[in-house]
Structure formats: structure tokens, C-alpha cells
Design a protein around this ligand. Structure first.
Ligand SMILES: [Zn+2]
Length: 321
């Protein structure tokens, strides 16, 4: 029985072995088939484009084209910024007599290392180029925005400046009794010596109104009845390097630290200090130098008016030292 069963078993085993062999053969053939197909596919695809590859190549071409269009747009923006910068430097800034805004190194390109991560494929040159141009554009925009901020501040300042600088007559012209004593070097009538006259003299009567010629702050006043020097005087600081002095006054109507507006009544004409007859000695000081006040009477003086004014000026001397 044991032998029979062994035989029976062995016959069964032989049958299953045949089945398994058939299965193995089938798997082997399938594998070979697959490998052959794969090899063929590889050979085919390396020699010929598949439709999918054609599509990818198309997409790549289109992508490159889009990059180039983008690059052109960046360049045209750069040209526009250049035009704005040119206008800024040659039109707006000269209006305010302002220098070109210069930021140290603003146009130096960034270090190459900044773009290191972008390198590594065939798009890199386009990509890196575009990044560099974008960075340059950003720098230009930053510089222009700073420049415009500065110009805006200058515009606001210009309004203040125009009311601060001396630009009117310090007296009522109709009250002037004689010719204006000129500014500059003149021969002293008594001593026959050249002397520098640091302002203009405007003759009038004691008590005539004296007006501030520009906005400012009273820097200094002196009350003096002495027969030497400026006598009773006011010094106004207008800022922007300008100061005006009003001397030989009779009565002061302001105190140091007072804020003054152009045309404000600040004093009465007098005959104090070195003065031979009632007059106002008026000085315009710019950056610590005395300048001719005649040029600050009226900013919009016509050539005709200037000529007529000059004819009213002489080497008259109302001050004897
Ligand atoms: Zn004088």
C-alpha cells in the first residue's frame, strides 16, 4: 500500500512538474518578448521621434520663445526707465539747481554667485540673463524713486525758499526823500579814502515804516543811541544762507526769536549810529558775504525798471565815520 501510494504520488508529482515547466516557459517567452519590445522601442526612439517627443519638442520651442518675448519686454521697460532717468537728470534737477542723485555702486551688477542655483540646464543662459536684467530694472526703479522723493522735497522747499529770500523794498518807496546811497566801494567824502559800503542807504524821515523783506526769524536786535556803528539795528535770519540787516533805526517793533513774515512792519526809521541824516542802512548778507541789495528789491524786475532804479542811485553818503 505504501509502495502503491508512493507510485501514485510520484505520478502526480510528474504531472505537476510538467505544468510548472509549461508555466515557466510561458513566463520566459513573455519576458523575452518584453525585452525584445523594449530594445526595439529604445532603438526606434533613439533613431526616430515619437509623437510624444514631437509634442515635447514643440512645447520646448514655445517655452523658449515665450522667454525671449519676456526678455524683450524687460528690455523695453529698462529703456523707459532710462528715459525717465535722463529727464530727471537733465530737466527736473536743473530746475532746482540740484545735482544728480548718486548712490554708490547702484549700477554694479550682483555677484555671479547670486545666480548659481539657476545654472544647470539648457534654459540657464536665458534664465540667468533675465534675472540679471530684472535685478538691474529693480535697482533703476529704486534709484528713480529716491530721486523723485528728493525732488518732491525740493519742490516743497522751493515754496518756502521763495518767501524767505529778501525780495521787496524795506521802505515805502514813495516816502524816499533823496537818491539811494550805493553799495560797494566809494570814496569817503571827508577822508577821501576808498571805503566799502556794506549796504544801501535809503533816506527818509524819522518814524517812516521799515518792513522785513523776507520770511525769517529775528536773530539779533540792538538798541543804541550812540553816535558810532549801526546804532539801533535788527538782524533777520531768513535761512538758506540769507540774512538782512536794518540799521540806524529809531524804534524797534520786534524782539530776538520773533518769527517774521515778508512785508511785516518791524521798525521805524531813525538817525542813530553813524548817520548824518535820517535813513535806513539796509544790508543783504548771503553766506556771510555782503551782496548788493539792489538785486533783491524785486525778483521780477524788468530791465527798464532796473535801469530807472540805477539812475536813482548815487554815491550819496548819509553816514560819516
Ligand atoms: Zn549805509
Amino acid at each position: 500500500m505504501a509502495h502503491f501510494s508512493f507510485k501514485e504520488k510520484s505520478q502526480e508529482e510528474v504531472r505537476s512538474l510538467i505544468h510548472r515547466l509549461r508555466a515557466y516557459r510561458l513566463v520566459r517567452n513573455l519576458l523575452i518578448g518584453f525585452i525584445l519590445v523594449a530594445i526595439c522601442n529604445l532603438l526606434f526612439s533613439s533613431l526616430f521621434y515619437t509623437p510624444k517627443m514631437f509634442r515635447l519638442a514643440d512645447e520646448k520651442r514655445e517655452l523658449k520663445l515665450k522667454y525671449e518675448i519676456l526678455q524683450n519686454r524687460i528690455r523695453s521697460s529698462q529703456r523707459q526707465i532710462e528715459q525717465i532717468r535722463h529727464r530727471d537728470n537733465y530737466v527736473y534737477r536743473p530746475l532746482f539747481a540740484s545735482d544728480t542723485l548718486a548712490i554708490e555702486g547702484i549700477y554694479n551688477p550682483y555677484d555671479e554667485a547670486k545666480y548659481a542655483e539657476l545654472w544647470g540646464d539648457e534654459y540657464s543662459p536665458v534664465m540667468v540673463g533675465m534675472w540679471q536684467e530684472m535685478d538691474q530694472l529693480a535697482r533703476s526703479l529704486y534709484q528713480e524713486s529716491l530721486s523723485l522723493d528728493e525732488l518732491q522735497a525740493l519742490t516743497e522747499d522751493k515754496e518756502k525758499f521763495s518767501t524767505a529770500i529778501p525780495a521787496i523794498w524795506p521802505i515805502d518807496r514813495s516816502k524816499m526823500r533823496n537818491k539811494i546811497g550805493a553799495f560797494g566801494y566809494r570814496v569817503h567824502p571827508v577822508y577821501r579814502q576808498w571805503r566799502f559800503h556794506s549796504g544801501v542807504d535809503m533816506p527818509g524821515r524819522i518814524g517812516d515804516p521799515i518792513y522785513a523783506t523776507g520770511d525769517g526769524v529775528v536773530e539779533y536786535v540792538e538798541r543804541s543811541r550812540a553816535r558810532y556803528g549801526y546804532g539801533t539795528q535788527i538782524l533777520i535770519d531768513h535761512g538758506y544762507g540769507y540774512k538782512t540787516r536794518y540799521a540806524h533805526l529809531n524804534k524797534l517793533l520786534v524782539e530776538p526769536g520773533d518769527t517774521i513774515t515778508r512785508g511785516q512792519l518791524i521798525a521805524e526809521m531813525g538817525n542813530t549810529g553813524v548817520s548824518t541824516s535820517p535813513h535806513l542802512h539796509y544790508e543783504v548778507i548771503y553766506n556771510r558775504s555782503h551782496v548788493n541789495p539792489i538785486n533783491y528789491f524785486d525778483q521780477n524786475m524788468s530791465a527798464e525798471a532796473y535801469k530807472s532804479l540805477m539812475s536813482q542811485i548815487q554815491d550819496a553818503n548819509y553816514e560819516a565815520e
